[in-house]
Design a protein around this ligand. Structure first.
Ligand SMILES: Nc1ncnc2c1ncn2[C@@H]1O[C@H](COP(=O)(O)OP(=O)(O)OP(=O)(O)O)[C@@H](O)[C@H]1O
Ligand SMILES: [Mg+2]
Length: 425
């Protein structure tokens, strides 16, 4: 009989330690693994295979955390969920019920109570008579199989920061260097520009996808790609409505359905948003593994980024899922990067310069990473985002990054064309 597997999701490690102690006498002895953030759960499941039990620690005891648990439960209904919170979550009872949790313990909890609870949850796990899917079934789509794609959302308080520019380049980077499938969902519902930035002419849009009368969510997953348009680079785009008036009828629940359907079909889902903090955008944040918040190097934009981050904090969006980006950073503009970095001690994942190659790429309808791969801005984008790729694919971006040096000796361009990601496609 195999050992049951328990994944403990918490930041401190204290709960996992207590679990190790209380399961020591159980036979077969459960194996305990830990994850610090909910965003890495999909990766852990993909590499380590399915778990019998997921223990959600105190950081998940928020409205957003519960929404994420609900998504995990929908995707993996056979994995039993045990909630371990310090206090009653600041959420509706319905949100708790919808996570599908089979038990809830209040921390701190004594060993005896925890042992009893985990015993009960393991019994439930045994009763679920579903064969475990191999881990690979979770990670590849395109063949109709379900995946659990990672969701990256671009956001900003002020307009024109470069969200759409980064969204297209991020989707390109992720699919190009991993050989996996990426899509962009344009949630700038009134004035979305993703298809313009990629010079695409979508026949259908998110509005049309939502007009379907699907019997269930699997139906929407199976048909979503019919409403997308595919760029030469392989990125699929679900465009914003053609008529801004059509945006009015789209609500947060629609957004959640679309993102969930997309992540079931794509390995990477990049979401572009308007410069706003409305319910539509918040619905996307709730389902995002990483939320990128952008500013440009000018005082109003930087100031509003601070206001935006405070609002996210009040809305209990977990700050460890937020990464900051600074774009159009020029020198001699009366404010410099060092000053801005002091204001945001969490730091910036990337600081990108103002670069003429960007307008060129937009005019060509090609991500700058493809149209000007050797430019400084492309190098900085690769530096800033390659960590989002699976570890095994990161070296390919370093190889591409080494190209300008080779260029200086006359061989760079050829080298770049021969890089492994092309061969992988
Ligand atoms: N690093 C850069 N260097 C030069 N131009 C840039 C850079 N980043 C973005 N741009 C240009 O700035 C303009 C605004 O960029 P983009 O449309 O991506 O911003 P946005 O945040 O999506 O704007 P909105 O809030 O209106 O949706 C575009 O014309 C884009 O080409
Ligand atoms: Mg935009």
């Amino acid at each position: 009989m195999r050992n049951p597997k328990i994944l403990v999701l918490e930041r401190s490690g204290a709960l996992a330690e207590q679990f190790e102690r209380v399961v020591a006498d159980l036979r077969p002895r459960p194996e305990i693994s830990t994850a610090a953030r909910v965003g890495v759960v999909a990766d852990i499941l993909a590499t380590e295979g399915p778990f019998d039990v997921l223990v959600a620690g105190p950081s998940l005891g928020t409205r957003t955390g519960l929404a994420r648990l609900e998504v995990i439960h929908d995707e993996l209904p056979t994995m039993q969920l045990l909630l371990a919170f310090g206090r009653r979550p600041d959420a509706a009872l319905r949100d708790i019920v919808r996570t599908g949790a089979v038990d809830l313990v209040q921390l701190p909890v004594d060993d005896e109570l925890l042992r009893e609870s985990i015993g009960r949850v393991l019994d439930m796990a045994k009763m679920v008579d579903a064969p475990h899917e191999p881990a690979s079934a979770m990670s590849m789509s395109g063949s109709g199989q379900h995946t659990h794609g990672r969701v990256f959302t671009m956001s900003s308080a002020t307009g024109g920061c470069g969200k759409t520019f980064i969204a297209t380049n991020l989707a390109y980077l992720l699919s190009h260097y991993s050989g996996k499938r990426a899509c962009i969902i344009d949630l700038d519902l009134q004035f979305g520009e993703v298809s313009t930035a990629l010079r695409l002419r979508p026949r259908y849009t998110i509005y049309d996808a939502l007009q379907r009368q699907d019997a269930d969510e699997v139906d929407l997953q199976n048909h979503l790609e019919e409403y997308m348009v595919t760029h030469d680079s392989g990125i699929s785009v679900l465009a914003a409505p053609k008529d801004p008036a059509e945006a009015d009828g789209i609500d947060p629940m629609d957004v959640s359905r679309i993102i969930n359907a997309a992540r079931a079909r794509f390995d990477y889902v990049v979401v572009d948003t308007p410069s706003a903090l409305n319910e539509i955008v918040l619905a996307a944040f709730d389902l995002s593994d990483t939320l990128f918040t952008m500013a440009t190097l000018d005082l109003p934009s930087v100031r509003n980024m601070g206001v935006f981050l405070s609002a996210l904090d009040r809305l209990k969006i977990p700050s460890d899922n937020i990464q900051l980006l600074l774009n159009k950073a020029e020198t001699d503009v009366g404010i410099d990067v060092a000053q801005v970095t002091r204001l945001f001690p969490q730091g910036f994942s990337a600081v990108l310069p103002y670069a003429k190659e960007v307008s060129r790429s937009i005019n060509l309808g090609t991500p700058v990473l493809a149209s000007s791969p050797n430019s400084q801005i492309s190098k900085l984008i690769l530096d800033g985002f390659s960590l989002l790729l699976p570890e095994s694919d990161r070296a390919k971006t370093a190889f591409a990054n080494a190209v300008p040096a080779a260029d200086a000796h006359g061989g760079g361009r050829r080298l770049f064309r021969r890089q492994p990601a092309h061969q992988a496609r």
